[in-house]
Ligand binder design. Structure first.
Ligand SMILES: *Cc1c(COP(=O)(O)O)cnc(C)c1O
Length: 426
């Protein structure tokens, strides 16, 4: 039996396997289209009778190599890159839901995903109920309705730094005949592989740690191949009944364990078109090559910064799941034993105004609408990313009005701490 390669090796090597004489480095196939010798051959591609490239909106070799690397890292059977993390979230939901359906989601999720579920998808006739992910299983299960098609949560919540009990969520989903979708953006496959704990679909905003340099917006959807769509055929007709837009092809029959990701590609990407550019996929691949090294440093730096903040008398509270005594410490030990992420949330004594003054005084840490890249950065969600939320929604999302989201980079930890100290004293 072939030995499975470790994540470190997959980060560097997986996805692109050049044959003799071919480029060692993944080439950028900057081509919208691909040439065929006969018209009949190309016709077979359109009927999905043969696989092959014909138009980059559907598939591109650069994108496929990077998607394959991420699929291997997550332990899935296939993946698809999208133009952004938002597109990955929407596609993963919309691949399973249509008007009249319902989603159950943890409330401690990224603000953009919250808006997508609470406002935009609601306009499409897809409702969402938000639940407290720390509630007992029976309470969460009670939110599931006959028309519920998805259970959703984030491995590590942005920005609350909550840790999802993935096994608990997977059990709730599966005992109700629905898949669990997990957004693994903050943990990355280096620190957690949700599929091993029962997740069926994993998504990422690759904009964050996977790119890691704040240069490329992107997303990815990974299919575990494990959910048995035919066993719940009545719930998922889109996968188990003929698709009129492909002459009556049925995804679960034609593509087996790759039914979900194939439908997402050939139907949703074909029709909605949020494809990632091959140029961006190339940049993401460069990020992936050092992901394992960067995550190690992000986590060790964040641990030092969190410990410093926890001891500082000007700090009112700190949330970092690597801190002993943190609400999520035990779950982090289970799901994230090698480290969680570089993001810390904390509040200062004096609240919102003091927080804003502190941020303005930082010099090394920059105020940016970003998180999870090599440079230390900071954001005040209540004034920025979560501005649209009411105070009640803010609290349900785990975002206290005084919460500072501090994204620890891969610089020297002492320099980051010195910067925080001078800003606190200014
Ligand atoms: C940023 C983010 C998203 C959205 O990703 P974009 O690439 O900005 O569209 C989704 N989920 C999480 C957890 C994020 O941090």
């Amino acid at each position: 039996m072939e030995k499975k390669q470790s994540r470190e090796t997959l980060c560097v090597q997986a996805g692109w396997n050049p044959k003799t004489g071919e480029p060692r480095v993944l080439p950028i196939y900057q081509s919208t289209t691909f040439k065929y010798d006969t018209s009949e051959q190309m016709g077979r591609l359109f009927d999905l009778e043969e696989s092959g490239y014909f138009y980059t909106r559907l598939q591109n070799p650069t994108n496929d190599a990077v998607a394959d690397k991420i699929a291997q890292l997550e332990g899935g059977v296939g993946a698809m890159l999208t133009s952004s993390g938002q597109a990955a979230s929407f596609f993963s939901f919309f691949n399973l839901c249509s008007a009249g359906d319902h989603i159950v989601s943890s409330s401690t999720i990224y603000g953009g995903t919250f808006n997508l579920l609470a406002v935009t998808m609601k306009k499409m006739g897809i409702d969402c109920t938000f639940v407290d992910q720390d509630a007992p299983a029976e309470e969460i299960a009670a939110a599931i309705q006959p028309n519920t098609k998805v259970l959703f949560g984030e491995t590590i919540g942005n920005p609350s730094i909550s840790v999802l009990d993935i096994e608990k969520f997977a059990k709730i989903a599966h005992s109700n005949g629905i898949p669990l979708i997990v957004d693994n953006t903050f943990a990355t496959p280096i620190n957690c592989r949700p599929i091993e704990w029962g997740a069926d679909i994993v998504i990422h905003s690759t904009t964050k740690y996977i790119d890691g340099h704040a240069s490329t917006v992107g997303g990815v959807i990974v299919d575990s191949g494990k959910f048995d769509w035919d066993a719940h055929a009545d719930k998922f007709p889109g996968l188990t009944e003929p698709d009129p837009s492909y002459h009556g092809l049925t995804y679960s029959k034609a593509f087996g364990e790759k039914a979900f990701i194939t439908k997402a590609t050939v139907q949703l990407m074909r029709d909605l078109g949020a494809i990632q550019s091959p140029q961006n996929a190339f940049i993401i691949n460069l990020g992936l090559e050092s992901l394992h090294l960067r995550m190690e440093r992000h986590c060790s730096n964040a641990q030092k910064v969190a410990e410093y903040l926890a001891k500082n008398e000007k700090v009112a509270w700190v949330h970092y799941c690597g801190l002993k005594g943190d609400k999520y410490y035990d779950l982090a030990q289970k799901y994230l034993p090698n480290g969680s992420c570089g993001v810390i949330s904390f509040g200062l004594k004096g609240g919102r105004e003091v927080a804003i003054r502190f941020m303005d005084n930082l010099q090394l840490a920059a105020i940016v609408t970003h998180v999870a890249d090599a440079r230390t950065s900071v954001l005040h969600p209540a004034s920025h990313t979560h501005r649209q939320l009411t105070d009640e929604q803010l609290i349900a999302a785990g975002v206290a009005p005084d919460l500072i989201r501090f994204s620890v980079g891969i610089e020297n930890a002492n320099d980051i701490i010195d910067d925080i100290e001078q800003a606190l004293n200014a």
